[in-house]
Design a protein around this ligand. Structure first.
Ligand code: PHE
Length: 339
């Protein structure tokens, strides 16, 4: 009996089949009701009692082995057969349809490239953040309206854990682990609780920049932003700074560029003003430096932040913000040339 088991086991190691029918024939031979292995089980009755345990275990092992081997054979034959049936091996692989980068990625890379040429290094941080890095360390008062339910997505049951509403949180994370000189550019996705329309979305992308060192002045900021605008929108681009307010910068400004569609003469795109707004900026508020462990008597800094969607719209005149997240290939294919 043990010899017989051993012999069938050896056969299992050699098992092979050309077609699914062959494999099925093997199953019938070994495993069907009258097959060799059920036959062994029949014979098992006459095994002397003292050997029953050993033989029983061996038969069961053999049965499992046979099932596994035959199933594996069938599976590999099945995939071979379907693959063979569906693939025309004589077909030419050309033209290979290449994908293209997403317009937001294209513009993000361009922005990051311009600032890396100016000595900024890339910094990234988490999208799920805590209140400290997004708001408190950025000098938002406890009752500042931007923390309001209208703007911020909270993680249910964790009022302190939120989806970041701007990438300034990355600046906080850089400052808390590094002393000046700091020169970073922080791209990333941000979230705001807004109704989705052609002009607003509940998530979008920003790039923020931060420069902290001794004697950093507003003039440095202005010069860097002028250079950025001219690299991004062409050498004739002019910039204009308007006073504004952000909790984390003082003084603060919003920057417009001369409308690159009409060259500043006025058109429907710039609402006949000749200017379009592109970013917010300012000198880092000393309270922000202090909250992040940087001595504001020794160091000063500037920061700026812009929406990538907005810059992309200006470059490519995308009319509806929702197109950026719908993944319609007809839209995405239009950016192939820009890759
Ligand atoms: N964090 C600001 C925003 O989300 C942008 C900004 C960054 C403004 C840095 C000034 C300085 O709107």
């Amino acid at each position: 009996m043990l010899d017989k088991i051993q012999q069938i086991k050896a056969e299992m190691e050699q098992l092979h089949a050309q077609t699914l029918e062959d494999a099925e024939a093997l199953r019938i031979k070994y495993l069907s009701k009258k097959g060799l292995i059920p036959q062994l089980m029949e014979d098992f009755r006459s095994v002397p009692a003292e050997m029953k345990k050993e033989v029983g275990i061996k038969i069961n092992e053999l049965k499992t082995l046979a099932q596994e081997r035959i199933n594996a054979l069938k599976e590999s034959l099945a995939t071979q057969e379907t693959a063979g049936a569906n693939i025309d091996l004589t077909r030419t692989p050309y033209p290979i349809s290449l994908g293209s980068r997403h317009p937001i990625t294209i513009v993000k890379n361009e922005i990051v490239d311009i600032f890396s040429r100016l000595g900024f290094t890339l910094a990234e941080g988490p999208e799920v953040e805590d209140d400290w890095h997004v708001y408190s360390s950025m000098n938002f008062a406890d009752d500042h309206p931007a923390r309001d339910m209208q703007d911020t997505f909270f993680v249910e049951s964790h009022p302190d854990i939120i989806l970041r509403s701007h990438t300034s949180s990355v600046q906080a994370r850089v400052m808390e682990r590094q002393q000046p000189p700091i020169r970073v550019i922080c791209p990333g996705r941000v979230y705001r609780n807004e109704a989705i329309s052609a002009r607003a979305h509940c998530f979008f992308h920003q790039v923020e920049g931060l420069y902290v060192d001794k004697n950093v002045s507003f003039t440095d900021l202005k010069q860097v932003l002028l250079l950025f605008a001219q690299e991004m929108f062409g050498p004739d681009t002019k910039i204009r700074l308007r006073p504004s307010y952000f909790p984390f910068t003082e003084p603060s400004a919003e920057m417009d560029i001369s409308c690159h569609l009409c060259g500043g003469k006025g058109c429907s795109f710039c609402k006949h003003t000749g200017w379009v707004e592109i970013l917010g900026c300012g000198m880092v508020d000393p309270a922000v430096l202090e909250a992040n462990g940087i001595d504001s008597k020794v160091y000063s800094g500037y920061a700026f932040g812009m929406g990538i969607e907005r810059i992309t719209n200006l470059k490519y005149q995308v009319k509806d913000l929702r197109m950026f997240s719908e993944n319609d290939l007809r839209f995405l294919d239009e950016f192939k040339a820009a890759n």
